[in-house]
Design a protein around this ligand. Structure first.
Ligand code: ADP
Ligand code: ASP
Ligand code: MG
Length: 417
């Protein structure tokens, strides 16, 4: 008998009818003989509302109280789904993260899970009870509720699956992982399989279909992971195909993927900002004087570009960072102006990062060149570039994000015909 963790995102539990629909998906798996645990998100929009209330209460607020507020969204859906399941005659019980317990570190607001004791869960599952677990949260060392950062229910689900040696199905509002966000590229194609590594890059480069950390955990603990739709009729029997793929997208080791594309997807992120520090002396120690204080303030920097003047005496340094960190970065850099000795500090939040991802890049040349040509063809200027073994990212004007994603999707032959 298989163990299965089923995770349902915000749109899948947006109202009572959708929760009933989710319950029927659970019922199907229980009737098929599986031992099931469910991880739920808050109803769509709820977490945003809770965060906004914290902000209205005080622009700067205690992270422990933020967690106390935002963790409630998932508690509502867990209780409601347990009620609906019980009403259908399926034994079910809701569990908040702290009751399992899902232990985390003490970084309130973006905590990391440190341990999950799955024994109690396994015992209840073996007694035929469905455990409905709140996603996105756990208990910090001080005994207070902690939350895992936006999109964290995916990570809760994978972590629970790892703790009880289960497979994990992530149910969402699209039927799998596509070659690009299907909401902006109508010609995007659903992938039957994607490697953990490519999915990890996609997620960290902006494809929010899975939280980055959930993919990391799945990769490390070899959790069989599938992304599929909760909007498909719940009563269909197993839709597995002869090649072992299911109704959604399987995230797996690269050896399990027969047909490899050079580029498997295009990702984008609008969560970017750019800072330029103009006219600093081109001498040892300047980068350390700039990036040291940013690191000390927990500000992560992504792309870095340096232009040196023709006489070699001065440089302009441009870098990118998460948009949420921009204000703090400007404060930090203003405080070290004299030490760094720059003439001007400029910044912009009207930028986006567009990336092409594919493990085939390791063995194929010309991927970046094709990207630059496709963007040039649309008159899109590249402000910064970074590469890794399996991705190329560029920074562009935010207004061209969708145009760039679509142009690249076509340029790499990913458009559905
Ligand atoms: P949930 O609330 O179920 O966690 P999310 O909104 O977090 O759902 O993630 C699903 C969304 O991810 C989709 O609606 C889609 O717009 C977006 N998305 C971005 N990139 C991709 C991609 N490559 N494949 C599929 N979905 C993607
Ligand atoms: N409800 C949380 C959020 O909106 C966690 C999640 O949905 O994964 O970020
Ligand atoms: Mg999500």
């Amino acid at each position: 008998m298989g163990r299965l963790v089923m995770k349902f995102g915000g749109t899948s539990v947006a109202d009572i009818d959708r929760i009933r629909n989710v319950a029927r998906h659970v019922e199907r798996e229980v009737k098929a003989g599986n031992h099931v645990a469910v991880v739920v998100s808050a109803m769509a929009g709820t977490t945003n509302q809770l965060i906004e209330w914290c902000r209205q209460a005080a622009a700067v607020h205690d992270a422990r109280e933020y967690d106390a507020v935002v963790a409630t969204g998932e508690q509502i859906t867990a209780g409601l789904l347990a009620i609906v399941l019980q009403d259908m005659g399926i034994p079910a019980r809701s569990w908040a993260g702290w009751q399992i317990p899902v232990e985390t570190d003490g970084v309130h607001g973006s905590a990391r899970m440190t341990n999950i004791n799955g024994d109690g869960l396994i015992k209840r599952m073996e007694q035929g009870q469905v455990a409905v677990i709140t996603g996105f949260q756990g208990i910090a060392p001080g005994g207070r509720v902690s939350t895992l950062g936006r999109g964290g229910s995916d990570t809760s689900a994978v972590a629970v699956a790892a703790a009880i040696s289960a497979a994990c199905d992530i149910y969402t509002d699209v039927d799998g992982v596509y070659t690009a966000d299907p909401r902006i590229v109508s010609k995007a194609q659903k992938l039957d399989r994607i490697s953990y590594e490519e999915m990890l890059e996609q997620a960290s480069l902006g494809a929010k279909v899975l939280q980055t950390r959930s993919v990391e955990l799945a990769m490390v603990y070899k959790v069989p992971l599938q992304v599929r739709s909760s909007f498909e009729p719940p009563d269909l029997p197993s839709q597995n195909k002869p090649d072992g793929t299911g109704p959604g997208t399987i995230v797996c080791d690269e050896e399990q993927i027969v047909e490899q594309h050079v580029v498997s997807g295009i990702a984008y992120s609008r969560d970017e900002a750019k800072v330029s520090i103009r006219h600093v002396k081109d001498k040892p120690g300047i980068s350390a004087a700039i990036f040291g204080p940013l690191a000390e303030n927990d500000i992560s920097v992504d792309m870095i570009v340096q232009n040196v003047s023709s006489d070699g005496a001065f440089a302009d340094i441009t870098f990118t960072l998460a948009r949420k960190d921009l204000r703090k970065a400007i404060e930090v850099l203003s405080a070290v102006k004299d030490k760094v000795g720059y003439s001007e500090l400029a910044h912009s939040a009207d930028v986006a990062k567009v990336s092409v991802v594919g493990i085939g890049m390791r063995s194929h040349a010309g991927v970046a060149a094709r990207m630059f040509a496709a963007l040039a063809d649309k008159g899109i200027n590249i402000q910064a570039i970074t590469t890794s073994e399996i991705k190329v990212s560029v920074l562009i004007d935010e207004a061209y994000t969708e145009l760039a994603v679509r142009a690249l999707h076509q340029a790499y032959g990913l458009d559905k015909t």
